[in-house]
Design a protein around this ligand. Structure first.
Ligand code: GLC
Length: 554
């Protein structure tokens, strides 16, 4: 079967903040449908829908209370069907974000499980007895640093603790229990029958926990860890045995249905990716790794970029398939982290150039196509993200001055990416006619889609060109990757070459101009410009700050 996803450009939509069609201040499915023409014009051919299932919204939908229903503010299953059908008619596929590591504590399975020790659903979750002194089963902490910081919550009624890597409202599922796994497979088939095209599998590398639940050997950080509980990722990430679960998922669902799968790959790097994605392993098509960008990475040394790209090119040479992205709903905005707000549009285009010309599937996040930047709210009250609130709370409880704590959490807050989409400079950025669930980025009068598209310097128009290049330049899809001027602190220079053609990419990732010391083999070739973010780029002159261009060999 043709692997359509190898040629995909995926666009992630965070429904809550995308477009509100009914004035309740919350984005919805009809809003997304109304914007499909814009996405088609952009040129993307696959949408990743962040979770839209029924949920109490403790973590904006990653706490699922019903896998087969839609959060009422977002619409209904019929609205989703209408969206899927409309997208398909435009040649756009849709993959669902599928959260299989945990559910909401309001999910009927958990309600049942909690009702008594011998309820048939008890084993769907992870329950442990207290230690003889009554304390929690081990020293593990939750990633959100919620509550007392522990990954265990005691259930008075049944006298046991349940385990949660994230919020206490998001209990982990017990993947060791076959009836749970079977129930999950049925549900996934149900979604494929519904007409979706694949899954982005949330924290898939964390389904397997270290057997026996031993104490983590890691020492608690006195400032950032609460009460000595350690959120040690190693205890639940890429633990031996994880592949058995993924292989069974593949056998039972992915392979028979031929759907696209991208696993969120915390703890998966180029060094351990192949067991997950090599085709002969029959597990996943690709992993969404964090080697380049993550919630906490606030800059990107240029040599790191080269190193990671080389490592993943190696993975691809051995049959795996990489992804390319620099931001998502969990990260800060890429222009603010890896580009330059002073050269906003130019650096937005440069970063776009990088993710569209390095090997693998580009995953865009809503707003990057107009060069959105981070937000700064003056009060913690305006923030919503669990990590942000948990980090802030922990710092303040440990004696850090509240203003200083706020300054610390602002740059890495996930809310940087979650402010409502600014469609225009009008009221509420055209996102809603009501009161937006989260404040817009105050930059919206200048940074919005309408203004961007009307500008000669449009980031959107540049992204359109980048996306279109994939269709006409085979080297972008299949070409080998080679870096030049390797130790240069400002410049990225690389080629992509296949039998048909060679492309050259040059980029200056700095606020200063840079001489372009092309090696002889590149200097003596004849190059034809394909695209430049400065109108025109001369390979014989220094590159301007944040200048980037693509050339094709004559
Ligand atoms: C993933 C999601 C993130 C969520 C977490 C728990 O990392 O991307 O938004 O908070 O999983 O489901």
């Amino acid at each position: 079967m043709h692997d359509w996803w190898k040629e995909a450009v995926v666009y992630e939509i965070y429904c809550k903040s995308f477009c509100d069609s009914d004035g309740d201040g919350i984005g919805d499915l009809a809003g997304i449908r109304s914007k499909l023409p814009m996405l088609r014009e952009l040129g993307i051919n696959c949408i990743w829908l962040a979770p839209i299932y029924r949920s109490p919204q403790v973590d904006n939908g990653y706490d699922v209370a019903d896998y087969r229903d839609i959060q009422p503010e977002y619409g209904t299953l019929s609205d989703l069907k209408a969206l899927v059908d409309a997208a398909h008619s435009m040649g756009i596929r849709i993959i669902m974000d599928m959260v299989l590591n945990h559910t909401s504590d309001r999910h009927p399975w958990f309600r049942q499980a909690k009702s008594s020790r011998d309820n048939p659903y008890r084993s769907y979750y992870i329950w442990h007895d207290p230690k003889p002194d009554g304390s929690q089963p081990n020293n593990w902490g939750n990633y959100f640093k919620e509550g007392d910081g522990s990954a265990w919550t005691f259930d008075e009624a049944t006298g046991q603790y349940y385990f949660h890597q994230y919020s206490r409202h998001m209990p982990d599922l017990n993947w060791e229990y076959a009836p749970l796994r079977r129930e999950i497979y049925e549900m996934l088939h149900w979604w494929l029958d519904f007409g979706i095209d694949g899954f982005r599998l949330d924290v898939i590398s964390r389904l397997k926990k270290t057997p026996g639940f031993p104490d983590s050997p890691q020492k608690a950080d006195p400032i950032t860890d609460k009460n000595g509980f350690v959120a040690d990722r190693a205890m639940c990430t890429d633990v031996p045995g994880i592949h058995d679960f993924i292989r069974e998922l593949n056998e039972e669902v992915f392979a028979p249905r031929g759907c696209f799968t991208v696993g969120e790959g915390a703890g998966i790097h180029a060094s351990n990716a192949l067991p997950y994605i090599a085709p002969e392993r029959r597990e996943l098509n690709s992993v969404y790794h964090f080697d380049l960008s993550s919630r906490t990475r606030l800059n990107m040394p240029i040599d790191h970029f080269r190193k990671i790209q080389r490592q993943w090119a190696e993975v691809m040479a051995r049959g795996g398939w990489a992804v390319q992205y620099l931001s998502n709903h969990d990260s800060a905005r890429q222009v603010s982290c890896y580009g330059s707000e002073g050269y906003r549009t130019r650096s937005a285009k440069l970063l776009g150039t990088l993710i569209h010309t390095t090997p693998g599937i580009p995953f865009l996040y809503q707003g990057e196509e107009i060069g959105m930047t981070n937000v700064r709210f003056d009060s913690i009250e305006d923030y919503d993200c669990c990590y942000t609130l948990g980090d802030y709370d922990t710092l303040v409880k440990n004696g850090v001055d509240p203003q200083k704590a706020l300054e610390t959490v602002i740059p890495r807050s996930r809310d940087n990416a979650r402010t409502p989409y600014p469609w225009s400079g009008g009221e509420n950025g055209g996102f809603t006619t009501g009161k937006p669930w989260m404040k817009l980025n105050p930059s919206y009068p200048e940074i919005n889609l309408e203004a961007d598209r009307a500008s000669d310097d449009s980031v959107f128009a540049f992204y359109q060109k980048l996306i279109a290049l994939r269709k006409t330049h085979p080297a972008i899809l299949q070409g080998d990757l080679e870096f030049y001027v390797d130790s240069h602190p400002q410049l990225l220079v690389y080629t992509r070459s296949c039998d048909e053609e060679t492309l050259l990419v040059v980029a200056n990732l700095s606020d200063e101009p840079a001489e372009l010391p092309l090696p002889c083999v590149l200097r003596t070739a004849r190059w034809q410009e394909v695209l430049s973010n400065c109108g025109h780029t001369n390979l014989g002159s220094p590159l301007l700050p944040w200048e980037a261009a693509i050339f094709r060999k004559h």
